[in-house]
Design a binder for this molecule. Structure first.
Ligand SMILES: [Zn+2]
Length: 491
């Protein structure tokens, strides 16, 4: 089925066509790993996951999906400095070696991140690569040489900046964020990774070495400029290296449109002579209880804080997917409990009908006209700019109109067939017998739970926590009891 997507670059809904026959290449800006990801970040990753699933299942494409790990930027450096309050006890003692401490801190939060997204139903098998920025310093330096060589970069105070006014003589800076550059003042420089649209200026590509910060040598025309990459150049170099240019779709939260994505376009064009991608797709913000999420407002939730409050990760996945990605999503505790009930209702319906239509029996095509129509309705909603609310509405209106008992065995089989397809996109349900979901705890999960108990008894609480999140990442939860513990499905 043809997929239509909203392209931020053209501000239009466009029918998607891949550059290469049948294979879609997607790049998603990933997390900056200096702390636990919050649920606003999670919405962006869930959106990218939804997109790649729709392309695979509804569009029948193969997908190469890359999501980077930003492990070097202003924040990861700040938080790995000596005596940083962000240093996690599980990491032991800081060594004082700037690069080693940075890599230790970011490797820790990267592991936590990978386990968080797994708990949200984003599956490791769907990624082509999850590259770390520090593994691509050479490629970043190659791109820097190209940008400077083409006349779009210059050295100032040991750092290298992108020359926006030079670029504007030939190219359109501001095409993604649709900025009016009429009042642009030349020669202003900014060297932070993030800045506001009012501060548009020459941005930093390579930051000169600062004392006590990690750095790499960089030979440019025979002169060494020790330093480290700016945030924007990291993505540009990894995209070119891992996907080739241009690739098909670039995703991210709407907050990344400027400056990050605008600067990515400029760097690619200035260095490689090619824009990075054809479709820019952005998800809208997430709010909490009607207001912007912020630490000072006390509504700054990480995924694991919500799980500790007893909220199921899969309900969070469902609730976020049930809202269209281009509308603001308002996270509320009432909303999440309503979403959980809706998800469970469909789950119960599946349990009720699967008794007569075991999963093993449902290979083959949907046969009944009414089910063919339902599938058509659900898939065309998803194909239309990932309209998940419409797809779910179609499913719920069907189950409202047809009790499980009223379906014939052949219709039941069709419904299970349909849900296998739907779940390949939503990944929110268990398509199987109710009992399987409780009894069949995989042996790997049991092993991890045992190791956790041993770690806890040895008072190694950091390790016990880590194992608990690993178990959670596999979809199970551990509950401590007076005789030991119990393992069950996390939803
Ligand atoms: Zn990026």
């Amino acid at each position: 089925m043809k997929i239509t997507l909203y392209n931020t670059l053209t501000k239009n809904l466009e029918e998607f066509t891949p550059i290469e026959n049948n294979g879609v290449r997607i790049y998603s800006c990933g997390p900056t790993v200096y702390t636990y990801a919050h649920i606003g970040n999670m919405r962006a990753f869930l959106f990218a996951d939804l997109l790649q699933r729709v392309l695979r299942r509804v569009g029948s494409y193969t997908v190469r999906w890359v999501m980077n790990i930003t492990n070097i930027d202003d924040k990861t450096i700040r938080d790995s400095q000596p005596n940083s309050p962000a240093w996690h006890s599980a990491l032991g003692v800081q060594t004082g070696d700037a690069l080693q401490d940075l890599l230790a801190l970011t490797a820790f939060y990267e592991r936590e991140f990978v386990s968080d997204i797994a708990a949200l139903g984003i599956e490791a098998k769907d990624f082509y690569k999850i590259p770390r920025a520090t593994d691509f310093i050479e490629q970043m330096q190659d791109l820097l040489r190209k940008i400077v060589g083409n006349g779009y970069g210059y050295v100032a105070d040991g750092s290298i900046y992108f020359n926006v006014s030079e670029y504007m003589k030939k190219e359109h800076y501001g095409k993604l964020f649709h900025i009016d550059m009429a009042g642009f003042k030349t020669g202003l420089r900014i060297d932070t990774d993030q800045y506001e649209r009012e501060q548009v200026s020459d941005f930093v590509l390579w930051k000169g070495r600062k004392e006590k910060e990690p750095y790499w040598d960089f030979d440019l025309d025979g002169t060494n400029y020790p330093g480290r990459p700016g945030w924007h150049i990291e993505c540009s170099a990894m995209e070119e290296c891992l996907l080739g240019l241009p690739f098909d779709i670039h995703t991210g939260g709407i907050d990344l449109k400027f400056p990050h994505h605008e600067d990515e376009i400029a760097q690619s064009k200035a260095g490689y002579g090619i824009e990075p991608t054809r479709y820019w797709c952005h998800n809208e913000f997430l709010e909490v209880e009607g207001s912007k999420m912020s630490k000072s407002a006390g509504n700054f939730w990480t995924l694991r804080q919500l799980i500790e409050q007893g909220i199921s990760a899969i309900d969070i996945r469902y609730a976020m997917l049930a809202a269209h990605y281009r509308t603001k999503y308002n996270y509320t505790s009432n909303g999440i409990s309503a979403a959980g009930k809706a998800r469970q209702r469909l789950q119960d319906y599946i349990y009720a009908i699967i008794v007569d239509a075991p999963y093993a029996d449902v290979s083959g095509e949907i046969a009944n006209d009414k089910m063919v129509l339902l599938k058509e309705e659900v898939f065309s909603a998803l194909a239309n700019d990932l309209h998940t609310p419409k797809a779910l509405a179609a499913l719920f209106s069907f189950i409202n109109a047809n009790t499980a008992d009223s379906l014939s065995v052949s219709e039941k089989k069709d419904f299970v067939r349909l849900m296998v397809d739907v779940n390949a996109v939503f990944n929110c349900w268990h398509i199987g017998m109710k009992e399987d979901s409780v009894d069949a705890i995989p042996v790997e999960v049991r092993d991890l739970a045992e190791q956790r108990l041993a770690a806890k008894q040895a008072k190694n609480y950091a390790e016990a926590d880590r194992l608990r999140s690993e178990v959670l990442a596999m979809g199970y939860k551990i509950k401590d009891t007076k005789d030991g513990y119990e393992v069950s499905l996390s939803d």
